[in-house]
Design a protein around this ligand. Structure first.
Ligand code: VGL
Ligand code: ZN
Length: 198
């Protein structure tokens, strides 16, 4: 059994001072570096949006960040502009040791659809290609760390479990946004889906 460490969206915009800062987002970086050093396989994901991405409140007249709209693929939280392709905010946290990464997977690059999960865009159908990559490498077990617990980490872990991977979330190396109880909700959903919440 080969196991991979999947480091979700540990980028400047999700850390204090960033456009969509997650409280304590920077506190997990040193611990993630230690984990990466020991891991059999390491995959980093990077939220990577065009400047006019549909998930940005700025693209919707009269809407404010954190409001929810109905998108063609389901409810969509409107976010502040974040992780714009090539920007400083989209870069990995400067202390994250990216040298250990076997693969850097970018997601959310299509203007018209958001992509929280590392496996599927938010329509839950359009593949990012990660499943095929993992299967071709014989990777069957996944440990998730990174940002944010209740969005990209949870959606990735839920998809992993649904696809039949052994999925575990290391919560000490994650931090959450917690929008209207979304953190507790995500932890419940993950446990119910058979994800190990450690
Ligand atoms: C994320 C909101 C918007 C995340 C990404 O990485 O959890 N959250 N884009
Ligand atoms: Zn995003």
């Amino acid at each position: 059994m080969t196991k991979a460490l999947i480091v979700i969206d540990t980028q400047n915009d999700f850390c204090p001072g960033g456009a969509l800062a997650v409280a304590g987002g920077d506190e997990i970086v040193a611990g993630i570096n230690l984990r990466m050093a020991e891991a059999e396989a390491v995959i980093l994901t990077q939220d990577w949006h065009p400047a006019d991405h549909t998930s940005f409140a700025s693209q919707h007249q009269g809407r404010a960040p954190m409001e929810v709209i109905e998108a063609p693929y389901g409810p969509q939280v409107l976010w502040p502009d974040h992780c714009v392709q090539g920007s400083d905010g989209a870069a990995f946290h400067p202390a994250l040791d990216t040298t250990r990464a076997d693969l850097i997977l970018r997601k959310g690059f299509r203007r018209e659809i958001d992509s929280y999960s590392a496996f599927f865009e938010n329509d839950k159908k359009t593949s990012t290609g990660l499943e095929g990559y993992l299967r071709n490498r014989g990777i069957t077990a996944l440990d998730f760390v990174g940002l944010a617990t209740d969005f990209c980490v949870a959606w990735s872990a839920l998809d992993a479990a649904r696809l039949g991977f052994e999925a575990r979330v290391l919560t000490e190396l994650c931090r959450g946004i917690d929008l209207d109880g979304s953190l507790a909700h995500a932890l419940d959903d993950m446990r119910a889906a058979g994800v190990t919440v450690a």
